[in-house]
Design a protein around this ligand. Structure first.
Ligand code: PBG
Length: 332
């Protein structure tokens, strides 16, 4: 027998031992479920996001009740509007009778304990499919305007707060929007409404299935003048410092699993809670591999989410939330 006093395997001997040693946990209380709501009466399957639906307001409320009973603490709402409601100024985004605003009022009434988060950005409402307002030039090019967009986002956020949102989550990546949103909310008396900033949102190839769900892909061009370059790491800390100084309550990294280093940097570099968005492409890769029988869906999904927690995220937005809530219940 070799003289080997230090044997790390002792700490992995049985499940009970491993349980004592475990550094990271994943529980339903960490999950936020992104949901799509549309004006139709029917709940529609979303082909690009298997397992997710474009809900009618009524269907959304019923599903939200079920999820709340499963222990999911928070949902994030996205509005899906038909082409004819899109415009250059994206005005449907702050229509008090818009589909998100109506959904918020119904949810507030019917599922009072559920935290209601909303996405703030113009892309689902904009003719161009850009997150901000656009100025066109004679040569056919266009620019996404910053300061004008921030004013529009404030209108959108106020209409959400008025309809009952708890947390406003701007996904647009315009400069200065956190300070402007905080000031607008406070001036209107919504001092208790939180801001979850998409702090480090990358110009990623992984948003395709989401844009399919909302019909919100940019009509031409891309989002690289405002979303971050996937090559950059330090820049995320710069964005984080600005968001913290401007009054963000929580910071977000998006996507999640390709950007674990960024989650880890923000965790180490900020005292604010950190969220990570396990985006549509990350979800779909797992779904597709599982459907082909190449990966064990439950094991691979739980490992992906645990790795996001291990990197330092407090909360995770994921389309797998309902399924994960059920899996975690089975384990108890
Ligand atoms: C747009 C927005 C996007 C997502 C959330 N908000 C897409 C984009 O920036 O084009 C992506 C979410 C996902 O892929 O799951 N404001």
């Amino acid at each position: 027998m070799q003289n080997l006093p230090i044997r790390p395997r002792r700490n992995r001997r049985t499940e009970a031992v491993r349980g004592l040693m475990r550094e990271t946990s994943l529980s339903v209380s960490h999950l936020i479920y992104p949901m799509f709501v549309h004006e139709g009466e029917e709940d529609e399957e979303i082909h690009s996001l298997p397992g997710c639906k474009r809900w009618s307001v009524e269907g959304l409320v019923a599903e939200a009740k079920r999820l709340y009973a499963l222990g999911i603490p928070c949902i994030d709402l996205f509005g899906a509007v038909p082409e004819e409601k899109k415009s250059m100024d994206g005005a449907e985004a702050w229509n008090p009778q818009g589909v998100v605003q109506r959904a918020l009022r119904a949810l507030r009434r019917e599922v009072p304990g559920l935290l209601l988060m909303t996405d703030v950005a113009l892309d689902p409402y904009s003719t161009y499919g850009q997150d901000g307002l656009v100025r066109e030039y004679a040569d056919g090019s266009y620019e996404v305007l910053n300061d004008e967009t921030v004013e529009a986002l404030c209108r959108q956020a106020l209409s959400h707060a008025e309809a009952g949102a708890d947390i406003i989550s701007p996904s647009d990546m315009m400069d200065g929007r956190i300070a402007a949103l905080r000031a607008a909310l406070d001036a209107a008396g919504y001092t208790g409404v939180s801001l979850l900033s998409y702090t480090a949102k990358y110009a990623s190839a992984l948003y395709g299935p989401f844009r399919g769900a909302l019909g919100s892909a940019p009509k031409k061009g891309d989002k690289k003048t405002y979303q971050m370059d996937p090559a950059n790491r330090r820049e995320a800390l710069r964005e984080a410092a600005l968001d913290a100084a401007e009054g963000a309550d929580m910071l977000m990294v998006k996507p999640a699993t390709y950007y674990l280093d960024v989650i880890s940097d923000l965790r180490a570099g900020s005292t604010l809670p950190i969220a990570a968005y396990h985006v549509s492409g990350e979800y779909l890769m797992l779904k597709a591999a599982a459907a082909s029988g190449w990966l064990d869906e439950k094991a691979a999904t739980l490992e992906a989410l645990l790795s996001i927690r291990r990197a330092g995220a407090d909360m995770i937005l994921t389309y797998a939330a309902p399924q994960v809530a059920e899996w975690l219940q089975e384990e108890i």
